[in-house]
Design a binder for this molecule. Structure first.
Ligand SMILES: [Zn+2]
Length: 371
C-alpha cells in the first residue's frame, strides 16, 4: 500500500505527506476545537467573540493545518541550508510526529552540523514571533486566537526541537559541540547517552503527568540508540575494504534458467539471492522474494531474466565497507555484487557486514580501546 502522497516540489525537493498526517490533523483539529476557551485562557486571549460549533471547528482545523505548514517551513529551512552546503535532499516528508528532511549525508564537520541543525528551531522561533505579532494587529477574535496560538505552538516547537536528544535538532547540535573536542563517534555516543537520560526523565514525568510524554520518551530513546549504533557501525566499517570480507566463490544463475530450478537452488543452499551472469557480465540479481511472488503455474515457464532486479548498485573490491553499509541502509537492499573490470569478483551481504562489525567490536573490547 502506498502510504504517502507527493504534493509538490520545492526547489527540486519532493514534498510528501504520510497518511498518518491526516490522523494527526484530525486529532489536533478536534482537540483544539473542543478546548478553544481553555486554550484562549492559557495563552491570554479574549475568547468571548468566538462562537462554539462550526466557527470553533474551522478554527481548530485551521490551527492543525497551520501547525503542519509551520513544520514544513522548519524542514525547508534545514533543507535550504543543506542545499547551500551541496548536500542532496531526497525528500521532505510530513507525518504523525512532524517532519523529516531526508538528506543524502549529514556533514560531520561540527560547525556545518550546527548550522544545519540550528536553522530549523530558529525558523520556528521566527515564525512564532511573527505570528504572535500579527495576532496583536488583527481585530477579529477568531484571527487573534489563530495567530496567537500558532505563535505559541511555534515557540513551543523551537523549545522542543532544542531538547538535547536525538532525533531532535538539539541532539545533533550537542553532538557537534562535543565533536569539536573528541572524535565524531565518541561525540555521538556522548550525545546519545545524554539523549537516553532525557528519554528516561520524560518517561518518569510522563507516567505521573501526561501519557503522551511516555510515547515521546520511547521515540527519543529509540532515536538515540539508532543514531549511535549507525555512527559506530560506519566508523568501524570504514577501516575495512570490500575485498577483505566479500564472499568470493559466488554461485550464479544464467538468465535463461527457469524459476522452478532457481527455487530448488534456494532450498538447497542457505542463500537468499543469486547474481545473474552471462559471459562473465552481471545482468541482475534474483532474490528468494522475487521467486515467492510467482504463482505455482508460472514457476515452470518464467525465466530468470524476466524477474531479476536489473537496477543494480555495484561496488569495487577496493571500496571501503562503510560505503556499502550506507547504500544498504538507504536502499534497503540485502546484497551487492562486487565488480572489477566488468567482471564479478564476489558478493557482499548484510550478514557479512554485521558479522564483520560484531567481530571488530569484540576485537576493540579485547584491545580495551574506545571507538
Ligand atoms: Zn528540525
Amino acid at each position: 500500500m502506498k502510504t504517502s502522497i507527493k504534493i509538490g516540489t520545492i526547489r527540486g525537493i519532493p514534498i510528501k505527506l504520510h497518511l498518518t498526517l491526516l490522523i494527526a490533523i484530525g486529532i489536533i483539529g478536534w482537540s483544539v476545537s473542543s478546548n478553544v476557551y481553555e486554550i484562549a485562557e492559557l495563552i491570554g486571549v479574549d475568547s468571548t467573540g468566538i462562537a462554539p460549533g462550526l466557527e470553533s471547528y474551522l478554527l481548530g482545523f485551521a490551527i492543525a493545518i497551520g501547525l503542519f505548514i509551520s513544520v514544513l517551513i522548519h524542514e525547508l529551512a534545514h533543507s535550504f541550508v543543506g542545499l547551500k552546503m551541496g548536500i542532496k535532499i531526497r525528500e521532505i516528508s510530513l507525518w504523525l510526529f512532524g517532519g523529516v528532511s531526508n538528506m543524502e549525508e549529514i556533514p560531520r564537520e561540527p560547525n556545518s552540523e550546527i548550522k544545519l541543525s540550528v536553522v530549523g528551531p530558529l525558523t520556528s522561533l521566527a515564525i512564532g514571533i511573527v505570528s504572535y505579532a500579527i495576532g496583536v494587529f488583527v481585530s477579529a477574535p477568531v484571527l487573534i486566537f489563530f495567530f496567537a496560538y500558532l505563535g505559541f505552538i511555534n515557540v513551543f516547537l523551537f523549545g522542543f526541537n532544542m531538547i538535547p536528544a536525538f532525533p531532535m535538532d538539539g541532539g545533533r547540535i550537542l553532538r557537534a559541540v562535543f565533536a569539536k573536542k573528541v572524535s565524531y563517534a565518541k561525540a555521538t555516543k556522548r550525545a546519545a547517552d545524554i539523549g537516553k537520560v532525557v528519554a528516561v526523565l520524560f518517561a518518569i514525568i510522563g507516567l505521573f503527568y501526561n501519557i503522551f510524554l511516555l510515547l515521546i520518551a520511547f521515540f527519543v530513546y529509540i532515536g538515540a540508540s539508532q543514531e549511535s549504533q549507525s555512527v559506530m557501525m560506519r566508523e568501524t566499517l570504514e577501516k575495512v575494504k570490500v575485498e577483505d570480507i566479500m564472499t568470493r566463490r559466488v554461485k550464479t544463475l544464467s538468465p535463461d534458467e527457469r524459476a522452478s530450478v532457481v527455487l530448488n537452488r534456494f532450498l538447497k543452499t542457505h542463500h537468499h539471492g543469486f547474481p545473474v551472469v552471462k559471459n562473465g557480465r552481471v545482468l541482475g540479481i534474483v532474490t528468494l522474494e522475487d521467486i515467492k511472488r510467482l504463482d505455482d503455474k508460472d514457476m515452470e515457464v518464467v525465466k530468470v531474466s524476466e524477474i531479476m532486479e536489473r537496477d543494480l548498485i555495484c561496488f569495487e573490491p577496493e571500496d571501503d565497507v562503510s560505503k556499502v553499509w550506507n547504500a544498504m541502509v538507504k536502499n534497503d537492499v540485502g546484497r551487492f555484487p562486487v565488480i572489477s573490470d566488468g567482471e564479478l569478483k564476489g558478493i557482499l551481504t548484510r550478514s557479512d557486514l554485521i558479522r564483520t562489525y560484531e567481530a571488530m567490536q569484540e576485537l576493540d573490547k579485547f584491545r580495551g580501546e574506545e571507538i
